[in-house]
Design a protein around this ligand. Structure first.
Ligand code: GKE
Length: 336
C-alpha cells in the first residue's frame, strides 16, 4: 500500500489516470496531477489533489517542473484511442515517445524514487495474433518485434527506454502491458472510444431511438480480453510495489468475441436482439488478442476479479446516464 508519498500522475485527466488518482488519494498520499487537456475536459477531478497542471509533457521544461520534489511518477499519458483512432493517426501516436523520454530524463535529473510506464498489448508481435482463438500472449511474445504499427512501436520502444534508464542510470521502473481496459469515466464517443464503450453506446442509442440495428466493425468474430478499470488499478499498484522490473501483462482471463460481447450488452440493456450490420472495411486490428496472466499471478499474487458482464453493466449504466444527462453535448468525454 503506497502511503504518505508525493506522487505525480501524468495523464491525470484521462481514463486510467483519473481512476488511479482516486485510489491513491485514499492513503494520505499527496497527488500532483498533469494533463495536456484543459481542466474542464478531464474525465475526473478531485479537490484533494494538491496541484493541477494543464501542460504538454512533450516539452521537457514542463516535465522538469512537475517532477521536482516528488517521490513517484506514474506516466499514464499518451495520445491514443481504440482501433478507429490508432489505425488512422500513427504519427500522432508515435509522438508520445517524447512524453516518456522527457519524463525519464527529468526523473533521472530530479532523482525520482520509482517510475511507472503504461504500455499496451499493442506491443505484441502481430504474427502471433492472426487467429481468433489464440492462446493468451505471454510477455516474451513481444519479440521478435513486430508490434502494431505506430502506437505499438511507440509502446515497445518506450518500454525499452525505461529498461535502459534503469540499467544505465539506476532509475527504478515498472512497466504494465494493459489489455483493453474499460469502465466508467472514459471515452465512449467521438472516434477514440474502444469496443466496450463504443458498443454500449450503440446499443443505448439504438434503444433510445427505437432502432433495430447496430453497426459492428469487422465480422464480430475477432476476440479480445477486456479488463475492468478497478482490476486494472489493483494490478497496477501491485506491480508498482513489486520488485519486478520487466513488462507484465495486466489483463483478464475471459476471452470473448466481439459478437459475444454485444450479446452481453443486449442482455444488460434488455433490448431485443439487434440486427448486426458488419462493416468489414472499418479498422479491425488483430484477429485475436488475449492476455496470458501466469506471470502476474505468480509474482503479484493477483488476478482479475470483475467478470465482463458485471464490468459492462457498470460501464453501460454510466454511459446511459451520461447520454441522458448531456444528450449530444458530450465534449467532456470525446475530447482527446
Ligand atoms: N472501437 C471500436 N468501435 N471497435 C469496434 C467497434 C466499434 O464500434 N465494433 C467492432 N469493433 C472491433 C474492432 O474492429 C476491433 O476488432 C475490436 O472491436 C476491438 O477494438 P478496440 O477496442 O477499438 O481496440 P483493440 O482491442 O483492437 O486495440 C486496443 O488495444 C488496447 C490494448 O489491448 C488499442 O486500440 C489500444 O487502445 C489499447 O492499447
Amino acid at each position: 500500500m503506497i502511503k504518505n508519498k508525493k506522487i505525480l500522475v501524468v495523464g491525470a485527466g484521462g481514463f486510467i489516470g483519473g481512476h488511479l488518482i482516486n485510489r491513491l488519494l485514499q492513503n494520505k498520499n499527496i497527488l500532483i496531477a498533469a494533463d495536456i487537456k484543459p481542466k474542464e475536459y478531464w474525465f475526473q477531478d478531485f479537490e484533494e489533489v494538491k496541484n493541477h497542471y494543464s501542460m504538454d509533457m512533450k516539452d521537457i521544461n514542463n516535465c522538469r517542473k512537475v517532477t521536482k520534489d516528488v517521490d513517484y511518477v506514474f506516466n499514464m499519458a499518451c495520445n491514443m484511442g481504440g482501433m478507429g483512432f490508432i489505425e488512422n493517426n500513427k504519427a500522432e501516436c508515435m509522438q508520445s515517445v517524447l512524453i516518456n523520454t522527457n519524463l525519464l530524463i527529468s526523473c533521472k535529473e530530479n532523482k525520482i524514487k520509482k517510475y511507472f510506464f503504461s504500455s499496451s498489448a499493442c506491443a505484441y508481435n502481430k504474427s502471433k495474433q492472426q487467429k481468433a482463438n489464440i492462446e493468451g500472449l505471454k510477455e516474451e511474445d513481444a519479440y521478435p518485434a513486430d508490434p502494431e504499427d505506430g502506437y505499438g512501436w511507440e509502446k515497445l520502444f518506450s518500454e525499452r527506454m525505461c529498461r535502459h534508464f534503469m540499467e544505465d542510470y539506476k532509475l527504478p521502473v515498472r512497466v504494465a502491458r494493459y489489455h483493453n481496459i474499460y469502465g466508467p469515466y472514459g471515452t465512449f464517443d467521438g472516434g477514440r472510444e474502444k469496443a466496450p464503450a463504443a458498443l454500449c453506446r450503440k446499443v443505448i442509442k439504438a434503444k433510445k431511438n427505437n432502432e433495430k440495428k447496430i453497426e459492428v466493425w469487422g465480422d464480430g468474430k475477432q476476440t479480445r480480453t477486456f479488463l475492468y478499470i478497478d482490476d486494472c488499478i489493483e494490478g497496477t499498484l501491485r506491480l508498482f510495489e513489486s520488485d519486478y522490473t520487466e513488462p507484465v501483462n495486466i489483463g483478464s482471463d475471459e476471452q470473448v468475441s466481439i459478437n459475444k460481447m454485444i450479446e452481453i450488452i443486449e442482455d444488460i440493456s434488455g433490448t431485443n436482439k439487434l440486427q448486426r450490420e458488419y462493416k468489414l472495411d472499418k479498422p479491425k486490428g488483430v484477429r485475436g488478442r488475449s492476455s496470458n496472466n501466469d506471470l502476474a499471478k505468480k509474482i503479484l499474487k493477483w488476478s482479475f476479479k470483475i467478470k465482463l458482464k458485471a464490468g459492462l453493466k457498470k460501464t453501460y449504466d454510466w454511459i446511459d446516464s451520461e447520454v441522458s444527462k448531456h444528450g449530444s453535448n458530450l465534449s467532456r468525454y470525446t475530447k482527446s
